[in-house]
Design a protein around this ligand. Structure first.
Ligand code: BG6
Length: 481
């Protein structure tokens, strides 16, 4: 199957930091279909050769194990081409179409790795020259919109040019092997499903914690904040996978229909409930990962009086028969104690305790990163004699060890899926819009609230109010247990 993969934004950060290295991994592992061409388009005038040299330099900044040798780069570079394009010029799109038509590959993937404000313009121009025919797929990078209205605007344009089955909206968390494994855990095993409901589960906690600060992305991040950057997409996608009903098949739409139902069942926020159930924070200077680090307001290109949140914790519920009354706590933040993405499922205590001492309920920890694994906390007796208290013990499964194979990275997987035309790991427009609909009252309430985010020290687990949010229901975050 021949393919042409075009990166708009060919000299941008995303292309050289994530996309090209991911493609190189696919190439190295022999997973890239034969007969592929990769075309980077950008504003600068330069030859294929010059672009390849530039890219080779950039690869020096990629993690060592993922860096090509000279010989490998030479072979990989054979697939790469460069084309100058001014994205506001209609005839430049015609030139691109002619270049692609001359080869007439089986599949054409157009990856918009540009600033999102260019998406609608690019899509319209692609449509105008007929680069929306059946063999074309368009990949849209996040952030897709800034709020519901802007997301709808982008989707309207995309839909006016492309069919929904041609639109691949990226949420890179869906490409992570550990996230894919959630589907296998729930729907490939009979063990958990009968317990996966309000009768057995007390609460669910989703944590996406980062140690990094905003780094050099201050200008972008300050107009975005943690709610838009991590909750509206990554955290909500995880929630849908945890809470969804079993889909009838593994088809993209069967899965996406079930995810959409979860998003629609999320308890809507009101002005009062935002005040009560959502905590926003902003990091101050502190020690993180053993080093002193500056506060958010001291970061490059961040206004000194910014109210942008770098931390969010919230409590919500999925209002349906399976989950009524079960709190779902979502939490994300930068400059927290550790890089740690996990989902904790806290089960209810046994209905009647026959052993002495306090009972510790069972807990399933689904570890997404840095490790990819499962921990099941059980209670057992050590065997010291009658009247002994129960002791918590952990069944610990490390997928990297269990499989002992190199697992495919998120962008590598997503690029291969887009080339193959499989939509399972991409977000449908109605899911994305429903997620915006749900977060919007939080954005509105914050815009009216002059108090701004609560400060927290870099290297901590966020503002104390985040602990209080969970404690109010008689629970605590996993690291406090
Ligand atoms: C991105 C956010 O979508 O996800 C970043 O824009 C964040 O701010 C990143 O750092 C986290 O991704 P990962 O894969 O490192 O957990």
């Amino acid at each position: 199957m021949s393919f042409d993969l075009v990166f708009f934004g060919g000299t941008g950060d995303l292309t050289w930091r994530k996309l090209m290295p991911a493609l190189f991994q696919a190439f190295r592992h022999g997973k890239l279909p034969e007969g592929g061409r990769i075309l980077a388009v950008a504003r600068d005038e330069q030859s294929d050769e010059r672009y390849r040299e530039w890219l080779k330099e950039r690869f020096r900044e990629v993690d060592e194990g993922k860096r090509p040798s000279d010989e490998e780069f030479q072979r990989f570079a054979g697939l790469i081409h460069y084309r100058r394009m001014d994205l506001s010029q209609p005839d430049h799109y015609q030139g691109l179409k002619d270049w692609l038509d001359a080869r007439n590959a089986d599949t054409v993937v157009l990856y918009l790795a540009t600033s999102p404000h260019l998406f609608t313009g690019i899509c319209q121009q692609l449509g105008a020259v007929g680069l929306n025919h059946d063999k074309v797929r368009v990949v849209l990078e996040k952030p897709l919109g800034h709020d519901l209205a802007s997301a709808q605007e982008i989707n309207r344009t995309v839909r006016s040019v492309f069919h929904e089955r041609q639109a691949f909206r990226i949420d890179h968390y869906l490409g992570k092997p550990s996230v894919q494994n959630l589907m296998a855990l729930r729907f490939g095993n009979a063990l958990f499903e009968p317990l996966w409901r309000r009768e057995s589960i007390a609460n669910i906690q989703i944590t996406l914690a980062e140690q990094l600060g905003v780094g050099t992305r201050g200008a972008f991040y300050d107009g975005t904040g943690a709610l838009r950057d991590m909750i509206q997409n990554h955290a909500l996608q995880l929630l849908t996978m945890i809470a969804m009903e079993p889909p009838a098949s593994n088809d993209a739409d069967a899965i996406r229909d079930e995810k959409l139902k979860v998003l629609r069942a999320l308890k809507p926020f009101t002005r009062e409930s935002v005040g009560r159930d959502v905590v926003r924070g902003q990091y101050r200077a502190g020690m993180c990962g053993g080093h002193p680090v500056p506060g958010y307001l001291e970061e490059v290109k961040v206004p000194p009086d910014s109210h942008c949140e770098t931390f969010v914790a919230l409590r919500t519920e999925v209002e349906n028969w399976r989950w009524a009354g079960v709190p779902f706590y979502l939490r994300t933040g930068k400059r927290l104690t550790a890089r740690d993405a996990q989902i904790v499922v806290n089960f209810r205590p046994v209905p009647h305790q026959i052993f002495p001492g306090a009972s510790v309920p069972n807990r399933l920890v689904i570890k997404l990163q840095p490790e990819d694994g499962l921990e099941l906390q059980l209670l057992a007796q050590k065997g010291s004699g009658h009247g002994e208290q129960l002791t918590p013990v952990t069944l610990d499964l490390d997928f990297d060890k269990a499989f002992a194979t190199q697992r495919v990275g998120a962008y590598e997987r997503l690029l291969l899926e887009a080339i193959a035309g499989r939509l399972n790991l991409f977000v449908r427009s109605d899911e994305q819009e429903q997620a915006w609909r749900w977060v919007e009252p939080i954005l509105d309430a914050w815009a009216e609230d002059g108090n701004g985010p609560r400060p927290y020290a870099a290297g901590s687990w966020g503002p104390a109010a985040a602990s209080a949010l969970v404690a109010r229901d008689g629970f605590s975050w996993a690291e406090e247990q």
